[in-house]
Design a protein around this ligand. Structure first.
Ligand code: DLL
Length: 436
């Protein structure tokens, strides 16, 4: 079958051409920002950089970084680069880690953002024949609005479910024969679990693909969801600051997400020194927007840790790919001096055959860190003897120790006792922060 793209010419553009396009757009974006955002102008003046110093992507490193703290400082409208009357939409982060970040959009900004989401849907096999169930939250969160707009652009029949109300979600999915579902991976796992409980087999639904993102998820989680829903599961990445979902998306290779390089330049930097690292190195992702009118970003430091690769992709897209982010740098736990990502624990749990329902608790007792992992027993394990459960806990603890280098205490708890997620899952409780 012929390969499908939403915007073929752009998505398969030769790399040299992409770079030339980026250079041209970067110069314009820098000028736009310098002239219209006093906060940026001050930052650039302090660094001694003027718009005419930026003649192409090779000069990108001269620009100052910005981070979430700059956005907080300029809340709500300090980063606005056009008159507010030219804006048609506001979206926002959930604000779980402090003051909300507000993103504003002109009509043009929305148009390009929706194109990015449309590219993701087509890369996942979407066409106008599909029924796209959008089960990301609608409202201020960018997930619902972004995929909704993308689905319209593709011409698919869009089902604006929003997240939650799982019974109704499933009823509509089956009655209206949804073929593509968009939601967080943790919610997809929950829907799969509920379908099974209701007696449905994976082949009883009409889904062929899912477009999942907004939180870190492992390859093991992907396999689990693909099995339970009988679909191919595609990753999608983005953040409110860069518009929302669709900064990067997976193709049928499922081997990293193509970054929409006609709209964004990605860099990987050393989180401590800010030095730009060569392709293939692990570091923090930094994005520069190239087309955004209302809320442009120059060298925005995300907190996501990731690796980029320009290796050729068989799908024909030439955009650079980002590996699955390992999680945000602030999700990383330092336990007894060891760096621990929740995703490492998830990998072990799923490899050992458990479901992705778990909670990680970290505390400090007598000046020593403790790590407790709560995971649900599978229904068929409920009949285990107490000794059998203790043995399972020990085995799981050993498997996690092999992965992390530190030993957790594992608690196997009855099925259905760990709260399910309808949006971004909260898996870690760090009680040490309460004592500090
Ligand atoms: O989560 C936008 C989005 C909506 C992306 C729907 C994909 C799908 P924020 O709420 O601002 O925006 O959160 C952005 O979520 O910096 C990452 O840490 C994390 N994140 C987003 N996508 C992925 C992903 C939306 N595919 C933050 N894998 C980002 C891992 C992700 N982490």
């Amino acid at each position: 079958m012929e390969k499908q793209y939403y915007q073929k010419e752009i998505e398969t553009m030769p790399v040299e051409k992409i770079k030339a396009l980026q250079s041209e757009k970067l110069c314009k974006q820098v000028k736009h920002v310098y002239e219209n955002v006093p906060y940026y102008r001050d930052l650039m003046d302090k660094k001694g950089v003027r718009p005419e110093d930026i003649r192409g992507i090779e000069d990108l490193h001269k620009l100052p970084f910005i981070s979430k703290s700059d956005l907080r400082e300029t809340y709500p409208y300090g980063m606005l680069a056009v008159p507010l009357s030219d804006c048609v939409r506001i979206q926002s982060t959930s604000g779980t880690t402090g003051k909300r970040v507000i993103a504003y959009y002109t009509k043009h900004d929305i148009d390009l953002w929706e194109d990015c989401c449309a590219r993701a849907i087509v890369a996942a096999g979407g066409t106008k024949e599909d029924v796209v169930q959008v089960a990301y939250g609608y409202g201020l969160f960018t997930g619902g609005a972004g995929l909704h707009g993308g689905s319209h652009k593709v011409g698919s029949l869009t089902l604006p479910m929003s997240s939650g109300n799982t019974e109704r979600q499933i009823q509509f999915m089956l009655d209206l024969k949804s073929t593509i579902i968009c939601c967080t991976p943790s919610y997809a796992a929950y829907i799969g679990e509920t379908l099974k409980e209701q007696g449905y087999k994976p082949e009883d639904n009409f889904l062929k693909a899912g477009i999942f993102g907004a939180e870190p998820w492992t390859e093991e989680m992907r396999r689990d969801i693909e099995k339970s829903l009988g679909i191919k599961a595609y990753d999608i990445y983005g953040l409110t600051e860069t518009s929302g979902p669709g900064v990067a998306f997976e193709c049928e290779e499922q081997n990293g997400m193509h970054i929409n390089e006609d709209h964004f330049i990605a860099e990987i930097i050393d989180p401590d020194t800010g030095e730009v690292l060569p392709e293939g190195s692990k570091g923090k992702l930094v994005f520069t927007s190239l087309d955004k009118e209302a809320f442009p970003l120059l060298r925005y430091r995300t907190r996501d840790i990731c690796v980029l690769s320009r290796e050729k992709c068989s799908c024909g897209r030439t955009f650079i790919r980002m590996a699955k982010p390992m999680g945000r740098s602030d999700d990383m736990l330092i336990i007894r001096g060891v760096n621990v990502f929740p995703s490492q624990i998830e990998t072990v749990l799923l490899n050992e055959g458990y479901a992705p329902n778990y909670r990680i608790e970290v505390d400090r007792v007598n000046n020593s860190d403790t790590l407790d992992v709560y995971v649900e027993l599978l229904p068929e394990q409920l009949s285990d003897t107490p000794d059998g459960v203790i043995k399972r806990e020990k085995d799981l603890s050993s498997a996690i120790t092999t992965m992390l280098g530190i030993r957790p205490t594992v608690h196997l708890v009855p099925p259905k006792t760990i709260t399910r997620s309808e949006g971004k899952a909260v898996r870690v409780v760090d009680k040490r922060k309460l004592h500090d």
